[in-house]
Design a protein around this ligand. Structure first.
Ligand code: ZN
Length: 302
């Protein structure tokens, strides 16, 4: 039986793209690995950040809607993503952020590791967590799912996806369950939390749209469609996202889950050495390139 080898990518909604690029490539030193458009709305960008190869487990993607209203996380939504920072670099990194006058909260301790929380330009919480395993600061440490009732989500992650329960903690009114994908190289952890919500969540800028898990092959993704159907989760058909194939379904608590294939990867339509530099369009939009380029705001990448 196949198990899930960790997170493939996280997709979030942002406001104006330039602020987003400045924060993720500047403050957080992620690499822009793909500059393309929203395939359902080619007048807006779809931006992908990651390590320089665009490896699964490092990819954070944004739909930057210039007029997106502010959103806020609530139960039934993914509420945070965290990058793993090598333990030996954690103090330096905090010093660097302080020098750049970047505000952050913490550090606090979570499962024995220090965590600081930054706010991106749209207010999305970005966590940086010290890690013994991280080689650099490009891979995900974890993603947090906020649930009214964690049990059915934990059951899906453990019984179907093969995650193992690592433990739970309670701090400041937040009950946190930690699950780990055995054998995953990066993005191994899903935290499921329960806490009081002052208001209902609302999608919009600064919120996470969905979490994508990895399938290393197309065969694995096909197997997930069958396996999920057997346990009552109907997925979408396989959707070609140019850099991976995707299927989607809602987990029991309401978070949109995707399973995305590793192949073909981000070097499918431009050289690996210059990932993210040119505006890439899927074949159906290539004939409209001039018009699309006129509509998209210019972007400066440092
Ligand atoms: Zn996705």
């Amino acid at each position: 039986m196949t198990t899930i080898p960790g997170i493939h990518h996280v997709t979030a909604i942002s406001g104006p793209p330039q602020d987003n690029v400045d924060f993720y490539t500047g403050t957080l030193r992620q690499k822009l690995v793909k500059k393309t458009v929203n395939f359902d709305d080619p007048g807006t960008y779809h931006l992908y950040y990651g390590d320089k190869a665009g490896s699964p487990g490092t990819i954070l993607t944004f739909f930057p809607f210039t007029d997106a209203g502010p959103g806020r996380a609530g139960p039934g939504m993914a509420s945070a993503y965290a990058y793993a920072v090598p333990k030996a670099q954690f103090d330096d990194m905090m010093g660097q952020l302080a020098l750049q006058a970047v505000d952050f909260a913490g550090p606090v301790e979570r499962f024995g590791a220090r965590v600081i929380t930054l706010r991106d330009p749209d207010g999305a919480p970005v966590e940086l967590i010290e890690s013994d395993e991280a080689q650099d600061s490009h891979g995900f440490h974890s993603v947090t799912l906020w649930e009214n009732n964690p049990a059915p989500t934990i059951k899906l992650l453990t019984e179907a996806f093969g995650y193992q329960v690592e433990g739970h903690e309670k701090h400041g009114g937040v009950e946190r369950h930690r699950l780990i994908a055995p054998g995953a190289e990066r993005g191994r952890i899903i935290d499921v939390i329960r806490k009081e919500a002052s208001a209902k969540g609302r999608p919009g800028a600064g919120t996470i749209h969905h979490i994508a898990f990895r399938a290393k092959t197309q065969g694995d993704q096909n197997a997930w469609i069958e396996r999920l159907a057997e346990i009552g989760h109907r997925t979408t058909e396989v959707i070609d996202r140019q850099y991976f194939n995707a299927i989607y379904f809602r987990e029991p608590g309401g978070v949109l889950f995707e399973i995305a294939t590793d192949p073909p990867g981000f070097a499918v339509d431009e050289p690996a050495e210059t990932l993210g530099q040119a505006l890439k369009l899927p074949a159906q939009y290539e004939p409209m390139r001039a018009r699309i380029e006129r509509v998209l705001p210019p972007l400066r990448v440092r």
